[in-house]
Design a protein around this ligand. Structure first.
Ligand code: XMP
Length: 519
């Protein structure tokens, strides 16, 4: 990829390293995170960063084999910012001293006060001569700074909270400027990239151009297939690849009969008619629903759906006449190599395949044009590519679809009831302007019938549960605090408008201990 200006983040295993990348991307600076034990002199030469950041991490420089940056980093002639452990490692390497934190550990909010001369890294800090709030999380601390360094900020438990060697442009901070609890942290990163000479030209427009060139180079005149789920990631990947290679791309949309109301039509209309993409609409609902008859165990449901999905996908992929590439909407958080310190430094690669098992089974090469992007950047790229906001902002929808929202046996009747109830709930959320405030919302149809009364008659119908959560990444979640009026109105609408449901409940379980989906 033709990135002219790259910043390298050397990861020492901090929980918040990804946030450093976020802050930099917000400043339109292209950066990559690489674990310290993958960054050697040759890597550095090759990467040619315009600046380097050492992340924090859980280690202590006193440990045997403590992680250290390569010597070449200090000889690269580029600005370096060391954060927390990265600061200690920097001092250790350059001739300073680090002390074990006996009784001086500092976790949480602290205040840094200015010491003396001005430092360009701190423009906009200490503006009224006062102190700045920062977030500390350290046991060890620097007790003697390396030759050439001076102190620019100090806190009660970290006398060398901010130090720098302005000649070599090496900066070291004991706190974490990337977290929100350091309110002026973003300003510090802004100053750092400015003094490093970044133009800040990492825009989605530039990314789009680069990505298109890279896809063309990778694919040549070969064919590519893309499993389109209708979700944001696969949609953005498909549109981007289509822009790069046109009709060498064929999308396969597998309709397993477990989609929401109107979903298949929406996806097919948009991609085939609006974008003119070759699209196979594989209506395989009979196959899936027949195979799921009598299945009640959630794991068996998931495995059945996964197996059939691969079969169907393979069948249709063959029909495009020898595709050698499979496109996937893999995102950056899925591919960042994480550093593990258990039993010595080791590297685990977390790799998520949207179409699990397919690439290995089919012997295909992968095209993953979103590998360098965070979720919100994928949304920005989608907007850049002209995808409508209503599509880009869609709530996530799981691969197994309504099957995991219908505990117990799945029948066509139940799916119809569930689809109708779900449509009313989402309509309510939209009418009340709440859709974008919610991570995910849906109805689960319970395998329980209850007695009710409507008009003068007795009813005996299904109960359902509404589920709506807020979340940042789907790993943890809180239930959405709807008003009683909203809940009452929604229950009334569902019972009046959906045949087959006579009782509505609201699921107020957070994750953990619950999960977002019911199965
Ligand atoms: P849970 O239920 O585990 O879900 O809290 C977390 C997030 O993942 C989605 N999810 C899936 N997505 N295939 C997917 O593509 C799946 O099998 C699957 N299971 C859960 C879920 O909708 C939520 O956003």
């Amino acid at each position: 990829m033709t990135h002219h200006e790259r910043l390298l983040i050397i990861d020492f295993g901090s929980q918040v390293t990804q946030l450093i990348a976020r802050r930099l991307r917000e400043l339109h600076v292209y950066c990559e995170i690489h674990p310290f034990n993958r960054v050697d002199d040759a890597f550095l030469r090759d990467f040619a960063p315009k600046a380097i950041i050492f992340s924090g991490g859980p280690a202590s420089v006193f440990e045997d084999g403590a992680p250290m940056p390569p010597k070449a980093a200090f000889e690269a002639g580029v600005p370096i910012l060391g954060i927390c452990y990265g600061q200690q490692a920097m001092m250790h390497c350059l001739g300073g001293k680090v002390e074990r934190g006996h009784g001086t550990a500092e976790f949480g909010r602290a205040f840094v006060t200015p010491v003396e001369a001005k430092l360009s890294l701190l423009d906009g800090w200490f503006e009224d001569g006062g102190r700045e709030q920062v977030w500390m999380s350290h046991g060890d601390h620097v007790s003697e700074i390396a030759p050439g360094f001076e102190v620019y900020g100090t806190s009660p438990n970290a006398p060398f909270a901010i130090t720098a060697d302005p000649v070599r442009q090496f900066f070291a901070v004991q706190f974490h400027p990337e977290v929100h609890h350091t309110p002026k942290g973003a300003k510090l990163y802004e100053n750092f990239v400015r003094l490093a000479g970044f133009k800040g030209d990492w825009t989605m427009g530039a990314y789009r151009e680069d990505a298109i060139a890279k896809i063309r180079e990778q694919v040549g005149d070969q064919k590519v297939i893309c499993g389109l789920s209708g979700g944001v990631d696969s949609s953005v990947a498909a549109v981007l690849i289509h822009e790069a290679i046109g009709d060498q791309l064929t999308c396969v949309f597998v309709d397993h009969g477990l989609l929401r109301k109107g979903e298949a039509e929406q996806v097919v209309t948009m991609f085939r008619d609006h974008y003119n993409m070759p699209l196979i609409h594989a209506d395989e609902s009979e196959l899936f629903l027949t195979a799921l008859e009598g299945v009640t165990d959630p794991e068996v449901k998931r495995k059945t759906i996964g197996r059939l999905f691969i079969e169907v996908f393979e069948k249709h992929a063959k029909s495009v006449g020898g595709a050698t590439f499979l496109a996937q909407g893999t995102l950056y958080p899925d591919v960042i190599e994480s550093v593990s310190f258990s039993g010595g430094p080791s590297v685990t690669i977390k790799s998520h395949h949207n179409v699990g098992g397919l690439p290995e089974k089919m012997g295909m090469k992968l095209v993953e044009p979103l590998r360098e992007l965070f979720k919100d950047e994928v949304r920005a790229l989608g907007r850049e590519l002209g995808l409508p906001d209503s599509f880009i902002g869609r709530h996530p929808f799981p691969g197994p679809g309504l099957a995991i929202r219908c505990p117990g046996e799945i029948t066509r009747d139940k799916l119809e009831i569930l689809r109708n109830a779900d449509a009313v709930f989402i309509d309510q959320i939209r009418r009340h302007g709440l859709y974008d405030a919610i991570w995910q919302a849906f109805v689960a149809l319970l395998p329980v019938k209850t007695v009710g009364v409507m008009g003068d008659g007795r009813t005996y119908d299904y109960a359902c549960a509404l589920r709506a959560v807020t979340s940042v990444d789907g790993m943890t979640a809180d239930y959405y605090p709807f008003s009683h009026e909203f809940l009452g109105e929604t229950a009334t609408r569902i019972i009046n408008e959906v045949r087959g449901i006579n009782r509505v409940t609201y699921d107020i379980t957070s994750k953990p201990p619950g999960t977002i989906e019911w199965e």
